[in-house]
Design a protein around this ligand. Sequence first.
Ligand code: GLA
Length: 344
Amino acid sequence: MTSPSSFVTREATVPCRVNLIGEWIDFNGGTVLPMALAPSATVQITANGTGLDCIKSTHFAMSQNFAIDAPAQDHWSDYVRGALQYARGRHWIESGQDVSVDSTIPVGAGLSSSAAIIIATLKAASIGLADLDGEALAFAAKGIENTFIGVPCGIMDQMAVALGTPGTVLALDTRDCSYSLLDLPQTWSVVVIHSGVRRALSDGRYRVRRDQCLEAAAALGVDYLCDASLLSIDALDGELVNRARHATSEATRSRDAIAALRTGDRSKFGRLMNESHDSLRDDMEVSVPEIDQLVCDAVSLGADGARITGAGFGGCIVALVAHERLETWWSALKLRHPSIERVV
Ligand code: GLA
């Protein structure tokens, strides 16, 4: 094991992700289609020989000494601390580390900045000490998010950032984590736009929706809500009907989208994205009016499809646009929504 007194800096950089389709089904037995994006998080870890840990970030404009064993504090540094505790538990590092975090990933945007920071920290801490493949990193990161951070997320984000290469789509079966990597046709432009509406997953709305899905699956007697038949879900109570309708229909859309991607059928893929947005708005109830308007305008100005992406409640939309139409389409959308920012 590397001794803290060696003062070697270990560094890792990890991309963020956008989910093209297959939303809110990664814990319901669905197949999801995330794609890694160029914005990334870089974590550097250097033993400082003092026995005290310090985490700093120019991106988040902070520097903080912290107790490694402290519980989560509802702060972005929790992602680093959770990963460092995990690394310490495996004797990859000892007390007394300077950790520097730099990131170009917008926070609260639905692009998995949290998974990227956790995985970059785990990767940096394990360099030369443990040979973890992408899947092992993803499972470790999901465990940290579920237990230390307290967000009961699925496995999509961690797999996407641990395995993804910007521009390549990961078709991930979330039951067994088998996957294929698919290229985006050259004439397709995937555009990710920050609406400016920020949100946090740890505020409880994610857990409520997830629990409703699990409750609906249990009531229907299926292991995964995506397995429920459309005919059976009317027997459910209240909002559970809507959640079940979303999960089952989104699972079908996601499978159809993989077929459309394989055959290069952009307008079909776009249509499925639009239907996904409608379902997220009406059945999953995770959209907000500003984003509904943005999605609607993105499509009326010429995108093949657009939808809210990630957990929702704010953040980014993802749009699919013909490459040759991209710049005029973007100028028109920006004119109508001056405060939006294009991430890619
Ligand atoms: C968040 C979670 C994921 C997934 C999405 C919704 O990003 O971390 O596991 O559930 O929301 O698709």
